[in-house]
Design a protein around this ligand. Structure first.
Ligand code: HEC
Length: 184
């Protein structure tokens, strides 16, 4: 044995064999259910022969599916009243007048400082869970940092629109943005 080990080639072979054993013991077990606890349960149910129900990914909600109450839920009463009589085309003029369009574009291909208003009426439903789209838009105008859209910087949007705009102007802007829905 000693004389064998003295032969460099054989010693090298032994080291290689030990190394490959060490590497083999580190490879993960392909049969282990490590992917997701939920999938593990489903696999176990499938193996036991019971029915496995896989829920489809839910379709995002659309403004057209909501009732007027669902669209405006949670708005301060004065804004809700103003929204009931709002003029979306005046909202479009206000977006020009107050410089919103300097940071927001209806064209999703146009890179601006702020997120696009393309389909914003539908987007507003999903931004904050359990917040109605009109309330979300209202909060985005009067308190922009309450929710910062992922991928965009905070503190860029002017923080004082709640003071400089009248309630009716805010409502007109919300009505204009809510009109941007059902857009592919
Ligand atoms: C100087 C640039 C700038 C101006 C001017 C500006 N915004 Fe914004 N706005 C942003 C940025 C940046 C964000 C994303 C970060 C955040 O959520 O605060 C944003 C977010 C928003 C959102 C949320 C959008 C979404 O996809 O969820 C709304 C609604 C909005 N702005 C409305 C307005 C309105 C209405 C005006 C004009 C009265 C306006 N903004 C003016 C920069 C601006």
């Amino acid at each position: 044995m000693e004389s064998l080990l003295r032969t460099p080639k054989i010693a090298l072979l032994i080291i290689l064999a030990l190394l490959s054993l060490a590497v083999a013991s580190c490879t993960p077990n392909a049969n282990a259910e490590i992917i997701s606890p939920d999938l593990g349960e489903k696999l176990a149910a499938a193996e036991a022969g019971s029915e496995v129900v896989i829920q489809p990914t839910p379709e995002p909600k659309r403004l057209a599916d909501l009732s007027p109450e669902e669209i405006t839920a949670g708005l301060p009463p004065a804004i809700a009243d103003a929204l009931a009589n709002a003029d979306p085309s005046h909202g479009a003029e206000l977006a020009l007048q107050y410089g919103c369009v300097g940071c927001h574009s209806l064209d999703p291909a146009q890179q601006m400082t702020g997120p696009t208003w393309h389909n914003i009426g539908d987007t507003a439903i999903e931004r904050v869970p359990d917040m109605s789209p009109a309330l979300y838009l209202y909060e985005s105008i009067v308190d922009p940092n309450s929710f910062v859209v992922p991928g965009y910087p905070a503190n860029i949007m002017p923080q004082n629109y709640g003071e400089t705009l009248s309630e009716q102007e805010i409502a007109d802007l919300i009505a204009y943005m809510l009109e941007q829905h059902g857009q592919p």
